[in-house]
Design a protein around this ligand. Sequence first.
Ligand code: UD1
Ligand code: BG6
Length: 371
Amino acid sequence: NKGKYEHYMQKEIHEQPESLTTTMRGRLIRGGSCKAKSVLLGGLKDHLKTIRRSRRIVFIGCGTSYNAALASRPILEELSGIPVTMEIASDLLDRQGPIYREDTAVFVSQSGETADTLNALEYALENGALCVGITNTVGSAIARNTHCGVHINAGAEIGVASTKAYTSQIVVMAMLALAIGGDSITSEERREAVIDGLFDLPSKVKEVLKLDQEMKDLAKLLMAEQSLLVFGRGYNYATALEGALKVKEVALMHSEGILAGEMKHGPLALVDETLPIFVIATRDACFSKQQSVIQQLHARKGRLIVMCTKGDAASVSVGGSCRVIEVPQAADCLQPVVNIVPLQLLAYHLTVLRGHNVDQPRNLAKSVTTQ
Ligand code: UD1
Ligand code: BG6
């Protein structure tokens, strides 16, 4: 039931304040006079000791689920102190990459049925790793065959392009980082700040959804373009990849997410007065580096659209020349949840304006159960 919405994708984008609340329900502990705030993931509590002892955490997934894992990687590395590596499921299988008994392999999948991810799970089980599932579908193959895991509880997702599952996956993986790091006294203050950030997140997402009309106006401006580049780094490298994936898969417009730190190693050659470039430059430890990226793109006459933190327009728009999208500030590691929303809206409006099928893009399936 689409309710008041025209498409499932639109409905699912707009219901994110509620889906995120459901994802967190019963899992955040407010703490008390002498008790610290904490996270309780029922499906993992008996396995945390084993996970903390692992030599490596390997994230495995496809498409949007891979991007969600990438967005969560920095906070998991920070709070766990364990090396975290990333694997696209098909690539791990193509290489028959090393997976060891001392590894924790985390399988991220909305449907829980993606063939490549399932095959990678079988492979990791054979190699003796502890296998953890993060899925939206109770009773799915990944939920059944992993040793333990977490249901993201985002509610059924109908649109082929994943939106609300993406933000709920990031929240679950941030909670995973908090749970794994939960025994460290040195990071307690940081963990409490992230937990406060989680409590605040649904209201920030509600606020950023107010950009709907602004993103529709931007879509009108961009609808006839051939291509859109999206630059991000740090916590928001994943936002660049996922924003570009949304534009590509539903609006059928070429789009590429680019790690801003790699700008000088190729992408800069593409910059001219015509190609639109979306730069994510919200406040975090990488902000000044992103400001310098904007300056360098501007110096080459790049057509820039900059996403920045509310109040920062003047600090990112060189000579007042870029189009600026201002978003509310969240905890740094949760900012990807806020930042993806305008890009989801942009992809949605571009698709409608270009006259394509929003909920069932050409040639794609919600769940890819064949190799
Ligand atoms: C569980 C209940 C929830 C109830 C809550 C009350 C289910 C599905 N969930 O939620 O309805 O409100 O207790 O305390 O009955 N698992 C995997 N692989 C996965 C995902 C999950 O093995 O990919 C396992 C978990 O390890 C766990 C079980 O499935 O044993 C349920 O996981 P989850 O729903 O996340 O647990 P709770 O949040 O505790
Ligand atoms: C398909 C979907 O390609 O599979 C994407 O169209 C999704 O939206 C990808 O990200 C992975 O799916 P899942 O269910 O494993 O998260």
